[in-house]
Design a protein around this ligand. Structure first.
Ligand code: AVJ
Length: 318
């Protein structure tokens, strides 16, 4: 199994430094949420998924388990399943178990190590499936690999409501690029988090054990570790507010006092109470999401939800 590599300009460390500097120079400081997921961050995220307060993971899993057969029917026979994010998860296997005639499985991930281990596990568990990992940033134009057995069509699988981390304009751009990747006759299965009572959403990002706080603060520790910055992490606090205007959770780091932080020779000033935006997590209505998809040229063909309508798995067709 070989991994197709998309060429990058510059090293990962140089990009990280560039993004951190650019984000912290803004009047409203921000850091891209993708950097939350280093080794430690990914471990903490796995712990978040097991928290009582964090409903999305288990709700999506229950929907997928219950409707795997129907979802596979919608994907259709002879497809190549293209998963955004490394897919060694239970959810992916539930679908692959029902897609007995799938031609290929293409996991796409930016992290080479994650990708290789996830692809290896799927290849072992499904020996008759062509597993063709692609190391790439799925927000960029995606070139599908050469298929040993030509699929009848492609279907993108994008679970986890990760699309909710993109602002609407970027989410729409991503949907448009999904449409470009699968082409006419292709489709996509997406997990999306739905609007629900504010207390439920807020609790999911402010857990009692403080795992989400550790996950958020780990970003500053990562900047210290990898970029040699001198953030005093104890001087920042985790906060997650529901932003009703945008229908999203805003995850923030709040400076507890005036301070100056040095990052690769650059001084960054913080005032007490000043915030860094680290992640937005949009909660959609089904109609709202269908509209967003339609503007990107995708039709919402079907949606599966739980009894409380807290989460949805949707089928979009190009
Ligand atoms: C997996 C990115 C969708 O937004 O709910 C969980 C990430 N952040 N707790 C989400 C996350 C804080 C999660 N996503």
């Amino acid at each position: 199994m070989s991994i197709a590599l998309t060429p990058f300009t510059g090293s990962a460390a140089a990009r990280f430094l560039h993004d951190v500097r650019a984000g912290l120079r803004q009047p409203q400081k921000r850091l891209p949420c993708k950097y939350l997921y280093d080794q430690r961050g990914s471990e903490l995220f796995d712990q978040i998924c097991d928290l009582d307060e964090y409903y999305p993971t288990r709700t999506e899993l229950a929907i997928t388990r219950r409707y795997a057969g129907e979802i596979a029917d919608q994907i259709g026979a002879g497809a190549a399943l293209v998963e955004y994010g490394s897919g060694s998860s239970v959810k992916t296997r539930l679908l692959l178990d029902e897609l007995s005639d799938a031609r290929a499985y293409v996991p796409v991930d930016i992290s080479r190590e994650h990708l290789a281990s996830a692809a290896g596990r799927i290849a072992t568990a499904y020996p008759s499936l062509d597993v063709l990992p692609v190391c790439a940033d799925f927000t960029q134009e995606l070139v599908l690999p050469v298929f040993p057995r030509q699929p009848t069509h492609s279907a993108v699988y994008f679970p986890g409501s990760t699309i909710g981390n993109f602002p609407p304009s970027a989410a729409q751009e991503l949907l448009r690029s999904i449409r470009g990747t699968v082409g006419v006759g292709g489709g996509a299965i997406l997990g999306i988090d739905l609007q629900k009572p504010v207390e439920v959403v807020t609790a999911a990002y402010n857990d009692a054990e403080g795992v989400t706080a550790a996950f958020n603060l780990n970003l500053l520790e990562r900047i210290n570790r990898e970029l040699g910055a001198d953030f005093c992490v104890d001087d920042f606090e985790h906060r997650a507010d529901y932003n009703a205007k945008h229908g999203r959770i805003d995850m923030l780091l709040v400076a507890q006092r005036d301070q100056v932080v040095e990052i690769a020779g650059e001084q960054v000033e913080f005032q007490a109470g000043e915030t860094i935006h680290t992640e937005h997590s949009h909660k959609y209505t089904l109609d709202g999401f269908a509209e967003l998809a339609a503007e990107a040229g995708l039709t919402m063909h079907k949606a599966w939800t739980d009894a409380k309508r807290w989460f949805a798995v949707v089928h979009l067709v190009a």
